[in-house]
Design a protein around this ligand. Structure first.
Ligand SMILES: Nc1ncnc2c1ncn2[C@@H]1O[C@H](COP(=O)(O)OP(=O)(O)OP(=O)(O)O)[C@@H](O)[C@H]1O
Ligand SMILES: O=C(O)[C@H](O)COP(=O)(O)O
Length: 408
């Protein structure tokens, strides 16, 4: 069992999963190259080896289910390439099924032989997956009603998605014997060990594009006074600059408007009024008429694509003095080589600092490449939003449901 505060979550040691058919929720959502549509990083695909191998060695047949991207975004793609990469890391054929819950998928699942592994297509192709609802509501979803009769058990190993109350994450534990997988177990235990709320200063470096999630995370961190400094980059920095009443230029306002981020300005202002220790960049690397230049915050004329050199220097000095550093989301549009500098420099400084470092989110992890790290000092999490919400003490629905309805 994993113990988190008053929750007891069953692991693979607490369920008898041998010679069974098991549905395993993983999170292999990965950054995608917008030009080619290929995956830019496969860290999350390597992470599930122990769970899948263990289930196969115990004679189970394993059906993997995951999401990738969000509808409308260019990383909302099928899982065909993922299946090929999983096959390589698992050293066994992972059959890709171009269906999620239709007759073709159900027949394939029914006929799956002992010890074999298959991957269903992107579960977010099923629209009801995107609804946030309670476990009991999701237990009535078509996805759960169509798939659950085909399985003897359910394993949730998708730590990175455990902050979502979606059908594939919370519906199955209501109706199937369920447990956490080995990755979920490892993430939760490592974080409990490395993240001591009493260690300070704690510096959070938050960037990227999921601004709504970041606002929720920052609200939690500020309310619980968990962060000594929150260094912002990416779109979240632009939001807080606007919330502080600063002029970021009409082109950047247009970007925020188009992405629906301006509606978050009142929430960001409230965080500032609560005394949130939010730092914003003093300069940016921008693109203007095809050229890359640096501009100070109060004189922006180009489109923001990265933090500037002066900001990187200031943020680095905060990182050097920190006892705990948490990084999630890049400082800029790192898919473009010209805008990786800010994120790269801060990452190197964080790795060299004497503080504990927790890195999360697909994009920052993709920047690590093959760097080897000291696992006593650095935790590389598969989680992004889930990681930060877990550290901020928020309840994660997919974990909660495992604790209440896990072993049947
Ligand atoms: N200034 C910016 N303007 C527009 N997009 C930006 C900016 N800065 C960063 N981004 C984009 O943010 C995206 C990464 O953000 P995201 O929130 O997905 O981070 P992540 O760490 O990968 O999170 P997760 O793993 O939870 O998905 C990248 O695609 C990057 O181009
Ligand atoms: O990358 C993540 O944080 C998880 O895969 C969840 O993805 P989502 O933010 O699109 O729900």
């Amino acid at each position: 069992m994993i113990k988190i505060n008053d929750l007891l979550i069953p692991t693979l040691d607490d369920v008898d999963f041998s010679s069974k058919k098991i549905l395993v929720r993983i999170d292999i959502n990965s950054p995608v190259d917008p030009k080619t549509g290929n995956l830019l990083d496969d860290s999350r695909l390597k992470a599930y080896n122990s769970t899948i191998r263990e289930l196969v060695e115990k004679g189970n047949s394993v059906v993997l289910i995951s999401h990738q991207g969000r509808p409308g975004d260019n990383d909302f793609i099928s899982l065909e390439e993922h299946a090929k990469i999983l096959s390589k890391y698992l050293d066994t054929d992972v059959e890709f099924i171009e269906d999620v819950m239709g007759p073709y998928a159900r027949e394939k699942i029914q006929n799956l032989e002992k010890g074999r592994v298959m991957l269903l297509d992107n579960v977010r192709f099923v629209s009801e997956e995107l609804i946030e609802a309670s476990p009991s509501q999701h237990a009535k979803s078509y996805l759960v009603r169509r798939l659950s009769p085909l399985f003897d058990g359910y394993v949730n190993d998708a730590f990175a998605a455990s902050h979502r109350s979606q059908a594939s994450l919370v519906g199955f534990p209501v109706v199937l014997k369920s447990s956490a997988g080995r990755l979920m177990e490892k993430e939760v235990s490592a974080l409990a060990k490395i993240f001591n709320p009493d260690d300070y200063p704690k510096v959070f470096i938050l960037g990227g594009g999921k601004v709504l999630d970041s606002v929720r995370i920052i609200e939690n961190l500020v309310k619980k006074r968990l962060a000594d400094r929150i260094l912002t980059g990416g779109l979240i920095a632009e939001l807080f600059a606007v919330a502080k009443g600063l002029d970021i230029g009409k082109d950047n306002i247009r970007v925020l408007e188009k992405l629906g981020i301006l509606s978050l300005v009142p929430r960001a202002r409230k965080i500032l009024l609560m005394g949130g220790p939010i730092e914003i960049p003093v300069d940016f690397r921008v693109e203007k008429e095809g050229k890359v230049i640096e501009e100070p915050l109060n004189k922006l004329t180009g489109v923001i694509k990265d933090i500037g050199t002066t900001t990187t220097g200031i943020y680095s000095s905060f990182i050097k003095d920190a006892k705990v550093i948490v990084m999630r989301g890049p400082m800029g549009i790192i898919e473009d080589e010209r805008f990786r500098e800010g994120s790269k420099t801060l990452l190197v400084d964080a790795l060299e600092s004497s503080g504990y470092l927790i890195i999360g989110g697909g994009h920052m992890i993709s920047m690590l490449g093959n760097v080897t790290v000291d696992s006593n000092k650095v935790h590389i999490s598969t989680g992004g939003g889930a990681l930060l919400l877990f550290l901020a003490g928020e309840k994660l629905p997919a974990l909660e449901v495992l604790s209440t309805s896990g072993v049947k």
